[in-house]
Design a protein around this ligand. Structure first.
Ligand code: SAH
Length: 490
């Protein structure tokens, strides 16, 4: 059964609960919340891990929380809904400050009970391990190639590795931690989606989108669940569980790459002409599944770095420009990413061009409002000379209005006027909303989309309209997981 989800916006419904009613935030990491309407004593939430101002704010809501530090994000998410000046004053300006504000962002590498995978190891860590076992240095490359080039699923497939070493590897590590809970293929055959269970029981979604003869893109998750709470997003609607380890992020890519390699026999007839070595290879990876990549910064960057490691070094060999990290707009993350000097693409989920609307759709906007976000984007472009895409889910009557289109034009102009020649470095990537259970909005009608695009076109702002993929298999972010928990609608 899906656990209730707590949001400040749910106050009205909470008010109806009996006092001391315990509500669990989510199944895997329970945070009990006591609704205490009556006794004064219960209105002292001394154990809230946040500022006194926030505590009193929560207290005013009549709640008592008993989280431990790992659940700070949940509290944070809840408090994000409260437009409270002292909370905004806590805003992080650097990644270090963000770590202080969100102990959960980088410190959790995954629960300790999680089985160690060979994909958790960096090349240096693997070399160290093999060295400790008295193995020669060349073994590292050998094993690395089996993992990242040959994509073996079993250590015993590493045929040029001695039996005794294989036995040791198997005693200490696994190669395949992911277990498919649901595997689906769209009726047209071009989109596949998996709900994958991790070793501790958390589940993430991974999608493969094939574009006929052009590219094969894996859409991967960086966290189990998400704390950002974007109103229309199915993942946000289910709450935050935990950060993924770098190895768990990589394993999703390996999963998709293996599926492609094994998929020849299942190819639909229409694709027969495209079968061949290249047609089976994964060509792109986007961090657009569950989670906020920059709220799990180190693991995301470690995974990205490893995926773009060249194949002549035995790496996975994905071109840096074929990898896209999509962020909800965590400004410290964008700034830190700017300094990495990677050729990886950056996408920013904008969805609205005024603070008023964006704060409703994307609550983190209250902490990092548009002016700061666009400044960070501007600085990123100026420094990296890389194009950024603004993601825009078109929602009927909400953000597809001529006013929002004009505001977007204005926002782009304000952002890039100082470097007008670089205005083309910003690109708007629209997608009609994928309807989700927890959000009333609908996808924009065609005429409204055309009108919106026409305004961008007239202003010379590059834009594309993405086709929704895998509608019949709920391929939108978090939808498969949500559906596995929600009784189907009559
Ligand atoms: N946290 C990251 C990546 C996760 S989702 C981010 O916010 O960018 C990837 C993209 O899908 C984001 O642009 C997100 O806003 C969008 N998205 C989420 N739910 C959607 C829905 N129901 N319909 C259309 N786009 C959606």
């Amino acid at each position: 059964m899906q656990s209730p989800r707590i949001l400040a916006s749910d106050h009205a419904s909470l008010a109806g609960h009996p006092p001391d009613h315990l509500i669990t935030f989510n199944k895997a990491t329970p945070v009990n919340l006591t609704i205490c309407h009556d006794t004064e004593q219960q209105r002292q939430p001394t154990d809230i891990l946040c500022s006194p101002a926030l505590r009193s704010e929560c207290c005013d809501l009549g709640f008592k929380y008993t989280p431990d530090s790992q659940h700070f994000m949940e509290i944070d998410r809840l408090c994000c809904q409260i437009d409270e000046p002292s909370f905004r004053a806590q805003k992080a300006n650097t990644m270090d400050e963000m770590d202080q504000l969100h102990p959960a962002t980088d410190t959790i590498q995954g629960p300790p009970s999680v089985l160690t995978s060979l994909y958790d190891l960096t090349r240096d860590q693997l070399a160290k391990q093999l060295g400790e076992w008295g193995e020669p240095a060349f073994r590292t490359n050998q094993i690395w190639r089996w993992m990242y080039e040959s994509l073996v699923t079993d250590v015993d497939e590493m045929t040029d590795v001695s039996k005794s070493l294989r036995t040791k590897l198997k005693q200490h590590y696994t190669l395949s931690r992911l277990k498919p809970v649901i595997a689906q293929r769209s009726t047209d055959g071009w989109t596949r989606k998996w709900l994958l269970r991790l070793a501790d029981g958390s589940e993430v979604e991974t999608v493969l989108m094939e574009y006929e003869g052009v590219r094969r893109t894996a859409c991967i998750s960086s966290q189990a669940g998400c704390a950002m709470d974007c109103s229309f997003c199915a993942t946000g609607q289910m709450g935050f569980l935990r950060n993924l380890r770098a190895g768990e992020i990589i394993e999703q890519v390996i999963w998709v790459a293996r599926a492609l390699a094994e998929d020849k026999s299942a190819l639909p007839q229409s694709r027969a002409g495209h079968a061949g070595e290249e047609a089976d290879r994964l060509s792109n990876v986007v961090f657009m599944g569950m989670g906020e990549p920059f709220a799990n910064y180190n693991n995301t960057l470690e995974a990205a770095r490893r995926l773009i490691e060249p194949s002549d070094k035995g790496g996975f060999g994905l071109g840096a420009r074929k990898l896209t990290i999509s962020t909800v707009g965590l400004v410290p993350g964008i700034r830190k990413f700017s300094a990495e000097g990677l050729q990886v693409n950056l996408a920013v989920s904008l969805h609205a061009a005024t603070d008023e609307l964006r704060s409703q759709l994307v609550p983190i906007n209250r902490r990092y409002p548009l002016r700061e976000l666009t400044k960070a984007v501007h600085d990123y472009i100026a420094r990296s000379n890389r194009r950024v895409s603004f993601e825009w889910a078109l929602i009927d009557g909400v953000n597809d209005t001529p006013e929002q289109a004009q505001a977007l034009v204005q926002l782009v102009r304000e952002t890039f006027d100082p470097v007008a020649e670089k205005r083309h470095m910003l690109h708007v990537n629209m997608i009609p909303l994928n309807p989700t259970h927890g959000y009333k909005g609908r996808s924009s009608q065609r005429t409204r989309i055309q009108r919106f695009c026409a305004i961008l076109d007239a202003a010379g702002i590059p834009n594309t309209l993405r086709v929704r993929r895998g509608i019949d298999i709920n391929a939108g972010c978090g939808q498969l997981k949500a559906d596995s928990q929600t009784p189907s609608q009559p």
